[in-house]
Write a protein that binds this ligand. Structure first.
Ligand SMILES: Nc1ncnc2c1ncn2[C@@H]1O[C@H](COP(=O)(O)OP(=O)(O)OP(=O)(O)O)[C@@H](O)[C@H]1O
Ligand SMILES: [Mg+2]
Length: 307
């Protein structure tokens, strides 16, 4: 850890002299967002719920592995283009069993299920269900390396825990796919290739990996397959419309970063909610606001601060 003070305007700054910053508060009793009374939006107004978030206050209130969901932002489900009578998709499952070696260190719910950090992801699950049980949830962040894959993995595990919900975890970060490595699997058919194939033949069979010990289905990109650097928006929309009919309570998308490309906007259009990951002492307030403005506040169900 560096002894230098982090620059101002970043989440998780060191507290100012005289401010108390003890151990992280129990998450369930933490305020969702540190709003001043005069900042609170009118109850009937759909406003940018994060516009009045005070990072200086947040840095004091938020501790390690803190999760904050914004209750005002009731999710707006993506419009359905498919006909409700459409047949569910055909899906072929390949079973995968995690090897005995130590799991990827990002899999908190697997490695340390009783930890405070794991509890934070269960609180995130709780908040997400509270804001309207979104079926398709995009996990993104302003910049690379903020913790999107970590949050997507653990959120999917928390939602699926003990078979409480049927969950599919997909990835769309074409430039840096990580699910195959994190879950130590080889996808039988790369998800990026499947997106391209199903765009032209939406009734084709899907090929997913099923991990019974985690109650989780996965659609991963094969890092060895050469792929385009750009997401095909219509292909993603078609895929989500089909997979929504696969009986999933939740489809969690491990997405690329928001800033510098329109990829996440395309995904947000086909999703019900976006969860924005912010990295303590790294994400700036400016980047957070830019990312929310770019996606559109109505789609952002909440933010997750990770260390
Ligand atoms: N294989 C790994 N094992 C353990 N920790 C990792 C691994 N890869 C990354 N990390 C650490 O976890 C942090 C968050 O990584 P994560 O992959 O969740 O971020 P990300 O936002 O998905 O990144 P990207 O923008 O590249 O997709 C990284 O900054 C790094 O410190
Ligand atoms: Mg990632």
């Amino acid at each position: 850890m560096s002894a230098t003070k982090p620059p101002k305007g970043r989440f998780g700054d060191a507290p100012a002299a005289g401010e108390r910053r003890g151990a992280p508060l129990p998450l369930v009793t933490q305020p969702m967002v540190p709003l001043e009374d005069h900042d609170r939006p009118e109850p009937t107004r759909v406003d940018n719920p994060l516009a009045s978030l005070k990072p200086e206050t947040a840095s004091v209130l938020f501790g390690k592995a803190t999760v904050s969901m914004v209750p005002q932002s009731k999710v707006t489900p993506a419009p359905a283009h498919y006909h409700p009578a459409v047949e569910p998709p055909k899906i072929a499952f390949t079973e995968h069993h995690l090897p005995d070696e130590r799991p990827d260190s990002r899999l908190t719910l697997l490695i340390d299920p009783d930890s405070e950090r794991a509890a934070a992801f269960r609180v995130l699950r709780h908040h997400l269900l509270e804001v309207g049980r979104p079926q398709v949830v995009v996990v993104s962040s302003p910049r690379p390396g903020d913790g999107k894959t970590t949050v997507a993995l653990n959120l999917a595990l928390a939602l699926a825990e003990c078979g409480r919900a049927k969950v599919l975890l997909c990835e769309t970060h074409l430039r840096r796919p990580q699910l195959a490595a994190a879950l130590k699997l080889v996808p039988p058919w790369c998800f990026a290739e499947q997106l391209a194939a199903h765009r032209h033949q939406p009734t084709l069979e899907w090929s997913l990996v099923r991990i019974p010990s985690l109650w989780l289905d996965v659609a991963a990109i094969n890092p060895r397959v050469e792929k385009t650097q750009l997401l095909d928006g219509p292909a993603f929309a078609i895929a989500m419309e089909r997979l929504r009919l696969g009986g999933y309570d939740h489809i969690v998308i491990d997405a690329p970063p928001v800033l510098g490309s329109a990829d996440v906007n395309l995904m947000a259009d086909a999703a019900d909610a976006v969860v924005l990951v912010l990295r303590a002492r790294v994400t700036t307030t400016r980047d957070m606001r830019k990312a929310i403005d770019q996606i559109g506040a109505a789609k952002v169900a909440g933010t997750v601060l990770v260390e």
